[in-house]
Design a protein around this ligand. Structure first.
Ligand code: NDP
Length: 257
């Protein structure tokens, strides 16, 4: 019988920052492809709402949840252990959780710089290392880091975010350099401007909206649904020989000036 290389049945996925936003949509996409999913966030009550919503769609036995701070090393170790206790060995990790902080570099306090770097970059190292320690002896695993067009391009007022997302692109390569030989695939997805609750104000800003639509060859904002297919692919056997890559899902924005 032919098998579907995109099928994730029997796989367990941990998606950081999936209590809301893009992470929640990616988690639902992985569950739709057959995976058991561990949702994650910081605020336990918001996380529980997300767990209930996905459990209604995919069944209680397919959706678990763990809350932990991705910037704190001991919490990461305990949190990943709890995820595996609840849902079995993690086959797929999506390092999605992240924050933004908009201030010009000249006004950026070092505390805010550190907070953004720690949440958007160091966390992927901490959670990725903890999960890889468990994947490597098993000889297989998928790690997908969520970058941004700022993994490649800069814009005023988001210097720390740009540095973190650029760093994430090279961390993806560094992980592949060390772990690809042991059966792991580590790649990144870099979304362009995505229409979410968080970006609704920018969509409603006529000037900004028209700039985005002109600057993007596809002529529109992205949607969370535009991201789920590429993440399903990178989480599946269909991408078995893809390693260290950052795939831009941006309607062509980073391909043109
Ligand atoms: P949201 O702000 O909607 O959600 C952020 C998630 O991260 C929440 O689940 C939050 O948990 C969690 N989180 C934040 N800090 C921590 C922490 N210290 N420990 C544990 N969990 C934490 O984010 P988006 O959906 O907008 O973005 C998701 C990812 O996509 C980010 O990496 C972002 O950079 C990237 N991206 C987003 C784009 C967009 O247009 N929105 C475009 C390009 C990239 P809690 O709910 O408990 O606070």
């Amino acid at each position: 019988m032919e098998t579907n290389p995109f099928d994730l049945t029997g796989r367990t996925a941990l998606v950081t920052g999936s209590s809301r936003g893009i992470g929640q949509a990616l988690a639902a996409g992985l569950a739709a492809a057959g995976a058991k999913v561990v949702l994650h966030g910081l605020d336990p009550s918001r996380l529980e709402l997300s767990r209930k919503a996905l459990a209604e769609r995919f069944g209680d036995d397919r959706i678990a949840a763990v809350a932990f701070d991705i910037t704190d090393e001991p919490s990461v170790s305990l949190g990943v252990a709890e995820a595996e206790e609840k849902a079995g060995p993690v086959d797929i990790l999506v390092n999605n959780a992240g924050i933004q902080h908009r201030v010009p570099l000249l006004d950026l306090a070092v505390e805010d710089w550190n907070r953004v770097i720690s949440t958007d970059l160091t966390s992927a190292f901490l959670v990725g290392r903890e999960v890889a320690r468990r994947m490597l002896p098993r000889g297989r695993g998928k790690i997908i880091n969520i970058g941004s067009v700022q993994s490649d391009l800069a814009r005023p007022t988001i210097g720390a975010y740009t540095a973190a997302k650029g760093g994430l692109r090279n961390l993806t390569r560094a992980m592949a350099a060390e772990w690809a030989g042991s059966g792991l695939q580590i790649n990144a997805v870099a979304p362009g401007y995505i229409h979410t609750e968080m970006t609704q104000a920018l969509v409603d800003d006529v000037e900004f909206n028209s700039w985005i639509c002109k600057r993007t060859p596809a002529g529109r904002w992205g949607t969370v649904d535009d991201l789920t297919g590429p993440v399903q692919w990178l989480a599946s056997e269909a991408s078995a020989y893809v390693n260290g890559q950052t795939i831009f899902i941006d309607g062509g924005m980073t391909a043109v000036v």
